[in-house]
Design a protein around this ligand. Sequence first.
Ligand code: MEV
Length: 429
Amino acid sequence: MKSSRIPGFYNKTVTERTEILKKWNDFSDEDIAVLSSEKSLPIDIANNMIENVVGTLPLPLGLGLNFLINGKEYIVPMAIEEPSVVASASYIAKIIRGAGGFTTESTGRVMIGQIQVVGCPDFQLAKEMLINEKNKLVAACNDAYPSIVARGGGAKDLDVRIINEESDSPYDKMLILHMYIDTCDAMGANIINTMVESIAPLVEELTKGKVYLRILSNYADRSLAKATCVIPPKLLASDGFTGEEVRDGIVHAFEFADSDPYRAVTHNKGIMNGIDPVVIATGNDWRAVEAGAHAYAARTGRYRSMTTWSVDEQGNLVGELELPMSIGIVGGATRVHPVAKLALQILEIDSAEELAQVIISVGLAQNLGALKALVTDGIQKGHMALHSRSVAIAAGAAGEMIDMIANKLVEEKEIRVGRAKELVEQYIK
Ligand code: MEV
């Protein structure tokens, strides 16, 4: 049975780690070669991805370890510049695997395409016309993108709303048509936009109005993924803190974020610290996921915590995270970017739904990592230890010098580039 629990991975060299990774999924040297900075994104591929290309911007790619989700082992590739995120995710995933791992579920992959219609002579009649012609509209969408229908997806249903019905202004009274589209394993932006653009003339004919916007909604609230963990307090105990103290601190921290937007933004940023690196590593659109996640956090009319933390009857800490996940494993950069392709192979996932469930689990782990640190030692202790390495490198340290100088900076409690430069000079002399 292979396991994502790899003790001592942190202390190995990059070469040793890639050797371990090769064994994880029988990768060849050639497969793994894309991880080198020269090969990760060849300039001719980059040049075909966006416009006005002059180069590429590499990010560190780390592996989140110890993830056990619905009984399956996952190694999670994470692309991020911030120290301590990958370490914290792996540390918390280890605690959660000790409690049986994450349990996840999702609602399926229904995405939304929006069509805005203005100037209808009779908005109520226009709404009825669209609802009555549902089958025709759904079929017209599907005719515009037959390949997704062949894969079992496509437009399935629709909904119509009239916005600002009582308004006297000609600008804000409008009819909004939602087409519900199963995009299967694709994030689906192209599929959705092609479909809604193609049916605009039919919509104008039926409503006698004028269509302006035809675009997907990134508020993918029919493409939700949810992760849950249940942790006995004894697994939360740390230096000088009982498990119960840590558990209660975490619930207080959740209540703070849930009640106060100033805290909620930071709390949720910490969750996105886990989510974005996986979204980026797999070549997905992290702006879409970010926008949808924050909107979902405000779905009750107030911006709140994305996670919930509570105590069950047995005294266990129970954590939950549910968010819209507009991601895919086909199309876009997921299959163009060499590292994104490898990241999907490392994850060994079969569907976009499964990827969404892994991503949401990492978000939940990341939140617990931040809260556990915040209610115990504070965030700086762990951060500074890792930050000291970046400071040592910024001061010119290389090779074995990095760890020596980083350790010295932590010992002296003076993590400054100026001090690190002095230490580098002393070392060189
Ligand atoms: C830092 O990147 C993220 C945290 O601020 C999150 C939090 O405060 O919950 C530590």
